[in-house]
Write a protein that binds this ligand. Structure first.
Ligand code: HGY
Ligand code: MN
Ligand code: MN
Length: 407
């Protein structure tokens, strides 16, 4: 099983020695090193390597022009101090599954491709799934050109500095039109498989989810000499809004997180002029998500007004609910269930985590396989999957690819 050697090669890239987490942000040196690794894996297997107009990487077996291709893969970028498995498990498992199929001596009747979608986490520019959104026409070139990181570098500038031509970005219907099915394997970001005792599961749906930026603008002043009654401190309404988010989510049975904050001027002895907080909220359905976000925004406006602080709320990223195509989902369940006791059917589970498969689901038939995560922890250096479960995932992916591409 080639999984282990690839895993060992990829593991040190972009890993922080301080946290043990990963910092593989779009169009940075770590991202380039991951991309170099992907290209080396593709070319060492005699696959045809392609870099598409949006910076996504493809490794082809067979002629893409034949169409109805079976595509698998995921992403290699990470959230700040993310875990080793979120994204890379899908890419490494794809190459290992191809090696397994070649060892089985199967005959491919359709083109096969392995893909690395760029900038899935949106850690640098704030928008999730940039590479797949651009390809699917869900992000316009103008919108992409406006994406800016914390240092004021735009996406096109970052692409250019990394050696890519940003003038080429845009919808890629011809490429997506070649895909008959996209199957993404991903570490589960939850404990459903741990609780059910299964190594592998199939995705049913992705919750609607988004990211909203709350800008609280107050009045900078001296922390030591400004009377409390004279303050317009944006940190107060921000803090109250964080608690309101938890309350609204709890009441609605949803989730809401303020995980990122930027304070200006960010001085210990200075009342801030600006507190910028990012809300990530997700719910099982759109109406519930709307209820939560509207409730948080309403509360934030009341708190801001009470402190004489201005508030702007901007939606920076949004993904509607995804219901994976039933026919492909059921085909995966049939393929994976055929050698098992009917009572032990492969579990089908929903998720609150976004994926490129979700973005593409409106354009091509997509499905997802999840590999057990014993603690459910993700977006953390503690994210983990056992070696045995990773190997089970590779075998399941190989079975699925054989069932779909080797009829
Ligand atoms: O945020 C997400 O759900 C994914 O990890 N990008
Ligand atoms: Mn992630
Ligand atoms: Mn992911």
């Amino acid at each position: 099983m080639t999984f282990h050697s690839m895993w060992a090669e990829l593991r040190p890239i972009g890993r922080s020695s301080a946290s043990g987490g990963y910092r593989r942000f779009a169009w940075t040196g770590a991202d380039t090193d991951c991309r170099d690794w992907f290209r080396q894996q593709a070319e060492s297997r005699g696959l045809t390597y392609e870099l598409d107009r949006n910076g996504n990487q493809w490794a082809w077996l067979g002629d893409p022009a034949e169409g109805d291709a079976v595509v698998t893969g995921s992403h290699l970028d990470s959230v700040p101090d993310g875990g080793a498995f979120d994204g890379p498990l899908g890419v490494v498992s794809s190459f290992a599954a191809l090696d397994e199929l070649r060892a089985r001596g199967v005959r491919f009747t359709k083109p096969l491709a392995i893909v690395n979608f760029g900038d899935e986490e949106g850690a640098r520019f704030g928008l999730a799934c940039v590479g797949s959104r651009l390809a699917a026409g869900q992000l316009t070139v103008e919108q992409a050109h406006r994406l800016t990181d914390a240092d004021g570098i735009t996406l096109p500038q970052a692409m250019e500095r990394a050696g890519y031509d940003p003038a080429a970005i845009g919808p890629d219907p011809e490429r997506l039109g070649r895909i008959g099915a996209f199957v993404e394997l991903h570490v589960e970001q939850g404990r459903a498989l741990d609780l059910s005792g299964d190594q592998v599961g199939i995705a049913s749906a992705i919750w609607p989810h988004g990211r909203w930026r709350f800008d609280f603008r107050g009045e900078a002043n001296h922390a030591g000499t400004t009377r409390l009654v004279d303050r317009h401190d944006p940190m107060l309404p921000y803090a109250e809004t964080v608690l309101a988010a938890r309350r609204e989510a709890r009441l609605a049975g949803a989730v809401a997180t303020f995980g990122k904050i930027a304070v200006e001027p960010n001085g210990v002895n200075a009342i801030p002029s600006l507190v910028r907080g990012w809300l990530d909220s997700r719910a099982a359905d759109q109406a519930t998500l709307d209820t939560v976000v509207d409730g948080v925004e309403r509360a934030a406006r009341e708190y801001a007004e009470a402190q004489g602080v201005e508030l702007d709320v901007v939606r920076e990223s949004f993904t509607p609910v995804v219901e994976f195509e039933h026919a492909l989902r059921d085909e995966l369940a049939r393929i994976l269930g055929k050698d098992r006791d009917a009572a032990l059917n492969v579990p089908v589970l929903g998720t609150g985590a976004g994926h490129d498969a979700g973005i593409l689901s409106g354009t091509v038939p997509t499905a997802m396989l999840f590999v057990r995560n014993p603690t459910g922890v993700s977006h953390s250096p503690a994210e983990h999957a056992t070696e045995d479960d990773c190997v089970a995932g590779v075998t399941a992916l190989a079975d699925v690819l054989e069932g779909l591409a080797c009829r």
